[in-house]
Design a protein around this ligand. Sequence first.
Ligand code: ZN
Length: 95
Amino acid sequence: MPDRPTCNAHGFDRYHHAVRADLTYGGGGWFALFNGVSSAPKKIAFTCSLCGETFETTRDPEVLKQYRKYPYVRKPADVPVAPPSGGRPAPPDGA
Ligand SMILES: [Zn+2]
C-alpha cells in the first residue's frame, strides 16, 4: 500500500470523506472547453475539512483521472473489477 500524505491532526488521506478535493483546471477556461479537453483537472489540492490543512497537492495523471468523476471517487482498492451498472443493465445471455 502506497504511503499517501495525510493531515497531521487526523491522519486522513485523500480518500477520506472529510477531505475536500479542490480541482484546478488551469488556464484556458472556455477555450479549453471549446476544444473539448477541459474534462480533466490539471491539479488537485486535498484539504481536510476538519482542520483545514492542505496536506497534498498532486498533478499525478492517475489521480487526476480518478477525480474527473469527483465527488464520485473511490479508493482504487475499493473499485470492483466490473463497474456497477450505471443505468443500463447488462443484457441477458444470448441477447
Ligand atoms: Zn485534519
